[in-house]
Structures are given as C-alpha cells and as structure tokens.
Design a binder for this molecule. Structure first.
Ligand code: ZN
Length: 266
C-alpha cells in the first residue's frame, strides 16, 4: 500500500492498546469517526472508496493537529441515483436509515462513555449526512439525560473544504457539482494519489455528466443513470490533482477544528 500519510499507532484507535487509549483520552483529544459506504464507484474504483478517502483524510488531519481516529463506520445509507448512482448496482451494500442512525448514535455514546468530549463525524458518503445529524442529535440528548452537557460534535464532508483554487485545479473546464462528482475527477484523483494499486486505470470512464430531472420518482427511473455508475467524466483525474486536494483540505480542516473546539491539551 502506498500512502503519503504519516501514520502512528497513537492516531488509529484500532491500533492502540487499551492502556494507550486510556492514557490518550485523558488529554481530551479530538476523536474523528470516519463514515463511508460500500457502494459501486464505476468500473475503475473499489467498492469501499467512500471509506478509504475519509479515513485517509481523517488520519492526515489527526497527524497534523493531534487527535485520534476511530475505526470507520464502513457501511452507509442507501446510494441515491443522483449522488451515488443508485442502490441497485451489484456490490452496493447499504443500511436502512434507522440502522445507520442507531449505529452512529451508539458509537458516539460509547466514545463519550470512555471520556471523549470532542467528536468529529467525518463523512465520506454524501447520503449519510442527514442521518449523521440525527445520530448526533439523539446522542446529545442521551448524554443530556445523563447530565453530561460538555460533549461537542462536528459533522463534516471533507469535499466541502475544497476551496476555489483547488476546485480550479481539479476542474479547469468547469465544476459539475459534488453530487455528479461520484467516482469522477475528485475521488479518482485522490485514489490515484493514495491507493493507485486499487485504481483500474485502463477502465477510467469518460461519459458525459448525467442529466437528471429536478424531481424524484419512486421507484426511480434508472434511464438517466449512466450504465457505468459514474455520474460525470473521470478522464482528467490524476495523482497530482489528488495530492493538491489533500495538501489544501488537510490543513484547512485542522484549522477549522481547532477553531471550533478551542485549545486542547492533546
Ligand atoms: Zn464516493
């Protein structure tokens, strides 16, 4: 595996002993919980692309600012046609909303039970977003009923930190939308940068952007969905673009979290 991210056993909770975890959590660290999906990402990217990317970015943020990364929630809410190609593609293994909310709420409560007070829901799969909001809200209510009001949760999608300069590097010919970016230039570029061994470079598709009506019908009309499951061209993806995204978003996310949580002794 080729990874540009400095990793340390003291960043990944999964790699810690319980002694190390107990010691680290005393310093009131920021705890990042990546959430992703098992979802088709075209003919060229693996099903767990939405797990690899937030884990990679979260670990880089933790390496930059301190903090620790919890084992990821690797399954996500159902793939939606306009942002993920749809739930019907083979290999797309999704959770019902209630299951996803309960899982995320339970993990938040467990982190708090063991001393974490600054938690970041670090999303890599757009469809999770409102269910993460609900999980955070219910977990805060659970904690308030236990008399604990010092818990702070931040929810983010790492792509929302891509600024205009990086956007121009990624899309010199114009930006489609983050929804249509599914398995396209941004995700393919970061994968080429961090896990080139998993990118089928001879299969990167070059289809025009999908054209959806401004309403949804259920069952969904699958005709506007490109048969590859990729919602806009991935042709111009490159490892250099992936490196440019990480070089910009990692320090920017770290700065935002520092500002949002205030000083930490971790
Ligand atoms: Zn994705």
């Amino acid at each position: 595996m080729s990874t540009p991210i400095p990793s340390s056993p003291l960043i990944r909770i999964a790699d810690m002993t319980w002694y190390e975890f107990a010691d680290r959590v005393k310093g009131d660290p920021i705890v990042l919980l990546p959430t992703g999906s098992v979802e088709q990402h075209g003919p060229h990217l693996p099903l767990v692309t939405d797990v690899i990317l937030p884990v990679t970015v979260a670990e880089a943020v933790a390496a930059e600012m301190g903090g620790m990364v919890a084992p990821a929630v690797s399954y996500g809410y159902k793939s939606q046609p306009k942002s993920g190609g749809g739930n019907h593609f083979p290999g797309t293994l999704s959770l019902d909303a209630g299951v996803f909310i309960a899982l995320a709420r339970n993990i938040i409560n467990e982190l708090v039970r063991h001393g974490a007070r600054k938690i970041v829901l670090f999303d890599g799969h757009m469809e999770n977003q409102w269910f993460l909001v609900e999980a955070a809200d219910l977990a805060l209510r659970d904690q308030a009923m236990l008399g604990r009001t010092d818990v702070k949760i931040i929810k983010l999608g790492y792509w929302d930190f891509i600024n205009k300069t990086t956007e121009a590097v990624l899309f010199p010919d114009g930006f489609p939308s983050w929804e249509l970016e599914h398995a396209a230039v941004m995700e393919t570029s970061i994968m080429l940068h961090v896990r080139p061994d998993l990118v089928r470079q001879d299969k990167i598709p070059d289809d025009p952007a999908a054209d959806f009506p401004p309403y949804d019908v259920y069952p969904f009309d699958t005709r506007p969905i490109p048969p590859t499951g990729v919602l806009s061209s991935a042709k111009s993806a490159s490892a250099e673009k992936g490196a440019a995204v990480l070089a910009q978003v990692v320090p920017d996310i770290a700065a935002s979290l520092r500002a949002a949580f205030g000083p930490s002794s971790d």
